[in-house]
Write a new protein. Sequence first.
Length: 184
Amino acid sequence: MKDGAPFDVAVGSIFTFVAMLLALCYLFLAIQYFRRKAYRLRPELVTGIRYAMIAVLFSFAAGIWISVNQGRIVGLHGNIIWLHGLGFHALQAVPVVAWLATRTSLSAKARTGLIHITGIAYLLGLIAIGWQTYLGRSLLEWSALPLLACGCFLISLAAGALVVRKRAMGRQIADFPSHGFDAT
């Protein structure tokens, strides 16, 4: 808050301090997922978690940007809150795709490929949003960066939908009674 009352400044300072402590705790936790041991235990799931953790680092950077900027608005129409919020939602989106991918009949190479597509597309979407915001422009305008962000998130969503579909089809085949017939 710009030129706020002393109470507002104090509360804002406490909030910023707590947010910085959360970011430090998060970094400590994130380091554990970037160790070789974690990857050896569950490579696909850890890959998805790693992409999500990188996205959350973007989100923390956006939070710091909001604090330094003393507000979420940049330029005429840029809004940092979109980058901040969508970065945190990567913790839900990307690891779920990775977790579901491990439960499909796809080959390990195909599963890993879909996880990478999901993660990279999500990160590229965040970068496009961040760039558009930095330029002080709205995400709702018809220009290259918002369209790129939308396309990236749709690619990420499509990869996730494919994994869900493969998981559902694998379950239907496994649940289908054979009635004594051998399908091979």
